[in-house]
Every structure is written in structure tokens, then in C-alpha cells.
Design a binder for this molecule. Structure first.
Ligand code: OSB
Ligand code: MG
Length: 371
């Protein structure tokens, strides 16, 4: 495909509700969006890097710099036939997977439109609906948390994930289980514990959690294997899985028994699909994680979640949980059964609200082929 221009922009969007994890509170997002223009069509991508390097080492500013100075120029200088060509094109650049993913996913988004295919189909998706859970941040009090959970269960969500950290864990799980003995319940520590906490974490087995997500260091899967041997509850890996080789190594080591796949964390759809396939071949369930995305990243997560081995409810939920008003049309909505319908129209299946995007843009740049 002949790529004529790449527009990059940063938008600022306040969250409808602050989101607190073991690594901090997010009240609004600075988000890098990329738009790839070719033959009258535009493919869009969203970079999930945060404002600070707390979840991963990338930030919106490092992603901007890498996109502008290294990645976009490669895409403009070479011919790509599909999104699947991007990893090779970007391979010389080490790391910066979230920046790479935004561009690669925009190429897939564009290719789906060119081929008149739903993005989900182009990725190999087979599901008509995806199953949705919610990730609930640390709250100001346990009672506030119970109110939030009640609301999400009423809305139909199939799985509740609680952000946790030392001091917001055992007591909280106990209160939630006392009220809802049978819901699918999990927790996500975002690396807030060490192996010294193994006996403490083992006491959570009584709460029959579906999984414990990334309890130990963000870059470790060796010590997670030791922890997994000492507890009954399944460990789910998020931060530490960067690619298909990490997935294969971690599953072989026994570091966890479930994988959270985030398309930004692993560098784009190609690698996300490869990890999905590795897990499937080993009989390991995966689910799609979220990074507080706008409708662009959210629509891409919906398409990815339609692949066959996404058997557990993911963190992909309704736009209104994040934004007063999303930047796509229609917004993402969730049914009373806690599902999202996978679009069957060509492309990502949601239109861009271009005027609104323009209004919330704080910086932008255009790069052209041959310039
Ligand atoms: O660890 O899954 C995580 C949000 C930001 C950074 C990391 C994580 C999260 C979430 C929220 O859990 C998922 C979502 O609702 O988008
Ligand atoms: Mg996580």
C-alpha cells in the first residue's frame, strides 16, 4: 500500500472517574494518536503509553519521539503490504513496543478498510460477541468499593477484577467474598509484592480467586514460577510478557497459568496473535487487557478479543466507564449479559469524531512520503 502521510497528535482527555492502582492515580490521559493516510482512506492507531513510566518504561513523550524520529520515517520510506510487515520494518529499533503498536495497528485498521473486511475477520477472529469484565481501581474506602462492584454486577459484567496492594488486599477480598460468594473475582497487584510475601499471598487461596495478576516484579517470570508452586490460585502474567518467546518461556517455567494479552504491551497485533497462538497450543487461556483506551484502542481490543482462545472475560468494557464522551461514534456499549457485539462492517466498525478530536488536540505533526 502506498502510504502518503502519517499524522501524529496528542489529545488530552479527563477520565470520568480517577483510576488508582498500586503504582498511582490517573485522573486524565495524555494520549498519542496516529493516523495513516493512503489512497483516500485513514487508518487509526492509539498508543497506550501513559504519561509517566510507571506501568512500563514507555511514556507518551518517548513514544512521540520514537514515532517521529524512527518509526514513521521507516513506514513512509518502505512499501508495506499489510500490518504483518511492520514488525520486520521496525525490528532495528529495540523496545518501544507501545509506539510500534500504534503504527502497526493503524496499518491493520487501514488494510481492513481497503479489503472491505471487518478488522476482527482480518485478524482471524471467530466470535460474534466478546465477554466483558471490569477492572476496578483502589477506592477511598471498602464501602465505596462494594458500591462500585454492585453497580458493575448490575450492569451485567461477567468478572470483577480488583486492583490491590499491601494494605488493600486480604480484608478487601474477604468483604467482597462475604457479599458475593460466587462471582468470578480476580485481583491485579501490578507488581506490588515480593517473594517475601509468598505466605501472605497463599492465604488468598481461600477466596477462590480466578487469578492473581502480576503479583511480583514487572520484568520477572522466574520468581513468579516459585510463587506459583507455593499457591493454589492461578497466576496471570501481564507486565512481564513482551513477546511470544516470553510467553513460551514463562509457560514452560510454570510462572503462571493464564495470560493477559495487551496489544500495546507486546508491540502490535502481529505479536499479540502470535502469543494467542502459543498459549492456545499449550492449552492456556488468554484474555484481552485494557489500558484506559479511547474508542480507537478499545475498538482494536474488541477485534483482537474475537480470536478463538480469548476464552476468559477481558478488561474491555463500555466507553462510559472511562469518558464523559468518547472520540468514536457510536460509543462502545455493553449488553445486560456483559457482552460487546463484534462489528461486522468493514474496518474497525466505529467512526471517528473528527471535530471533537481536533478540539482536544494539544500538539500535532504531519510527516509525508518523499519529504
Ligand atoms: O494492569 O491491567 C493493568 C490500567 C492501566 C494500566 C495497567 C492496567 C490497567 C487496568 C485497567 O487494569 C484496564 C482497563 O479498564 O482499561
Ligand atoms: Mg494488569
Amino acid at each position: 500500500m502506498k502510504i502518503e502521510a502519517i499524522h501524529i497528535r496528542e489529545i488530552n482527555l479527563p477520565l470520568a472517574h480517577p483510576f488508582e492502582t498500586s503504582f498511582g492515580v490517573t485522573t486524565g490521559r495524555r494520549i498519542l494518536l496516529v493516523e495513516i493516510v493512503s489512497e483516500g482512506l485513514s487508518g487509526w492507531g492509539e498508543c497506550v503509553a501513559g504519561e509517566h513510566p510507571y506501568f512500563s518504561d514507555e511514556t507518551v513523550d518517548t513514544a512521540w519521539l520514537m514515532t517521529e524520529s524512527e518509526l514513521a520515517p521507516r513506514l513512509l520510506a518502505e512499501q508495506v503490504a499489510s500490518g504483518g510487515d511492520c514488525p520486520t520494518l521496525f525490528a532495528q529499533v529495540r523496545g518501544h513496543r507501545m509506539a510500534k503498536a500504534a503504527l502497526e495497528n493503524a496499518v491493520w485498521d487501514l488494510d481492513a478498510q481497503r479489503q472491505d473486511l471487518p478488522l476482527a475477520k482480518l485478524l482471524g477472529g471467530t466470535r460474534e460477541v466478546i465477554n466483558c469484565g471490569v477492572s476496578i481501581g483502589i477506592q477511598s474506602s471498602p464501602n465505596k468499593l462494594l458500591d462500585v462492584i454492585a453497580k458493575e454486577i448490575d450492569a451485567g459484567y461477567q468478572r470483577i477484577k480488583l486492583k490491590c496492594k499491601p494494605g488493600w488486599d486480604t480484608e478487601i477480598f474477604s468483604r467482597v467474598r462475604a457479599r458475593w460468594p460466587h462471582i468470578l473475582l480476580s485481583c491485579d497487584a501490578n507488581s506490588a509484592y515480593s517473594l517475601d510475601d509468598a505466605d501472605h499471598i497463599a492465604t488468598w487461596d481461600e477466596f477462590k480467586l480466578l487469578m492473581i495478576e502480576q503479583p511480583l516484579w514487572y520484568d520477572d517470570f522466574f520468581f513468579h514460577a516459585e510463587l506459583q508452586r507455593r499457591i493454589q490460585t492461578d497466576i496471570c502474567l501481564d507486565e512481564c510478557i513482551r513477546n511470544r518467546r516470553d510467553a513460551a518461556a514463562a509457560l514452560e517455567l510454570g510462572s503462571g497459568r493464564i495470560l493477559n494479552i495487551k496489544v500495546g504491551r507486546v508491540g502490535g497485533f502481529s505479536e499479540a496473535i502470535a502469543i494467542h497462538d502459543v498459549a492456545q497450543s499449550l492449552g492456556i487461556a488468554v484474555w484481552c487487557g485494557g489500558m484506559l483506551e479511547t474508542g480507537i484502542g478499545r475498538s482494536h481490543n474488541i477485534a483482537l478479543s474475537s480470536l478463538p482462545n480469548f476464552t476468559l472475560p477481558g478488561d474491555v468494557s463500555a466507553s462510559k466507564r472511562y469518558w464523559e464522551q468518547d472520540i468514536i461514534e457510536p460509543e462502545v456499549t455493553v449488553s445486560a449479559e456483559g457482552t460487546i457485539t463484534v462489528p461486522t462492517v468493514p474496518g474497525r466498525g466505529f467512526a471517528m469524531q473528527l471535530d471533537r478530536i481536533e478540539r482536544i488536540t494539544v500538539r500535532s505533526q504531519t510527516m509525508k512520503a518523499g519529504a
